[in-house]
Design a binder for this molecule. Structure first.
Ligand SMILES: NC(=O)c1ccc[n+]([C@@H]2O[C@H](COP(=O)([O-])OP(=O)(O)OC[C@H]3O[C@@H](n4cnc5c(N)ncnc54)[C@H](OP(=O)(O)O)[C@@H]3O)[C@@H](O)[C@H]2O)c1
Length: 341
């Protein structure tokens, strides 16, 4: 089968950063689906895994990236209970296994959802990783009610126009009925955020606590940080209400001054979308349930897909372009690749 991967961890302008190659189709383990991958989305995790390492590493077999896919089930493992050959599915996958930048991929059925009936593969591939992250962050880590019990409370989303922000804004507005303030630094990204449903837009190039005050908001009940935790931490500590909750999904590069939250008894919590699959947690199947719920919400038009751009076909040259775009830090919505030559 065709696949795209890397032997060395190189800057994206190097032609060897991602290369086309052929490998054998893998065999499913007991709970695995073998999926014929039709469309994929590219995420910052792909570029972070691909980035050059301090000590050069060479992979003897190519490392396959990619953790967002939509496709068709072509074989199932002996213990698979929820899917059969021919099902159309979408999933993010497991960071500890080979990714979806290949014609066929193995994925555990417990982290796979049924594709929205109303969408094509490209629109479906835009959704899984970001929807799982946004859902877990809002409704599990921050503990916001997904059925409107917290309606009217305020949420600041930092980095609103990116992949995660685009779906988080929709979930927070549509299901939780929160008052959502999201950040963007450009006219185009500000317009996109409004389209996703945010009531207010502030600029993340300035301290976000000052930006909130400029629009008459002293503090917010919840903050979801989707970019540069180091940059935004002091302003988040200022902008959170007493007993409020902050969730970040982005690793810090220096120490965070968590003591700033003590007098407010504010909660600080992490979300990492790969935790459940990485540690094979007992509730791993929750990701299947979340994806199925996302598909229903898309089919009932309560959510819209977040595709920004699409590129065809899936190959190393186009994936290098996609990685370069993601590394610019200016992506709006999701970047999707479809089809094999
Ligand atoms: N923990 C997890 O499970 C998890 C899951 C998914 C993603 N992530 C991480 O979360 C981050 C966001 O992911 P994503 O897919 O949403 O990324 P993305 O689509 O690449 O985000 C692009 C957006 O970031 C905004 N942005 C750029 N610099 C910013 C800054 N300094 N402060 C605030 N916003 C800024 C840009 O807005 P403007 O163009 O308007 O400046 C742009 O719209 C990445 O670091 C990713 O690795 C973590």
């Amino acid at each position: 089968m065709k696949a795209v991967g890397l032997h060395q961890y190189l800057p994206i302008d190097n032609e060897d950063a991602l290369v086309d190659f052929q490998i054998d189709r893998p065999e499913p383990g007991p709970r695995d689906l073998l999926v014929a991958v039709k469309s994929i989305a590219v995420n910052p995790v792909d570029t972070k895994v691909r980035a050059p390492k301090e000590t050069p590493v060479t992979e003897t077999t190519p490392k396959i990236l990619g953790w967002d896919a939509a496709g068709e089930v072509v074989a199932v493992g002996s213990a698979v209970a929820h899917y059969q050959v021919g099902d159309q599915v979408f999933y993010a996958g497991d960071i500890t296994r080979p990714g979806c930048n290949s014609e066929f991929q193995l994925v555990d059925e417990r982290i796979v959802g049924r594709m929205p009936r109303t969408q094509d593969y490209a629109a479906a591939a835009a959704l899984p990783l970001t929807s799982l992250t946004a859902w877990e962050a809002l409704f599990e880590r921050l503990g916001i009610s997904a059925s409107g019990d917290d309606a009217g409370k305020s949420l600041l989303i930092i980095g609103g126009a990116g992949g995660v922000g685009s779906i988080a804004i929709q979930l927070a507005c549509t299901l939780a009925r929160l008052k959502v303030i999201a950040t963007a630094s450009r006219t185009k990204s500000s317009m996109w955020i409004k389209q996703m449903g945010a009531q207010h837009v502030v600029n993340h190039r300035n301290p976000v606590d000052e930006e909130l005050q400029d629009i008459g908001i002293d503090a917010v009940d919840y903050i979801l940080c989707l970019n540069n935790t180091d940059q935004h931490f002091p302003a988040m500590a200022n902008a959170i209400k007493p007993q409020g909750k902050i969730c970040t999904i982005v690793e810090n590069s220096g120490p965070l001054e968590v003591g700033l939250l003590k007098s407010k008894s504010a909660t600080f919590v992490w979300e990492f979308m790969f935790t459940r699959s990485m540690f094979q947690t007992e509730d791993m199947i929750r990701q299947q349930e979340i994806l199925n719920r996302i598909a229903q919400l898309i089919d009932s038009e309560e959510l819209v897909t977040t595709v920004g751009d699409t590129i065809e076909p899936i190959n190393a040259a186009n994936l290098r372009l996609a990685h370069k775009q993601i590394e610019s830090g200016r992506t709006i919505g999701k970047l999707v690749l479809s089809g094999w030559d």
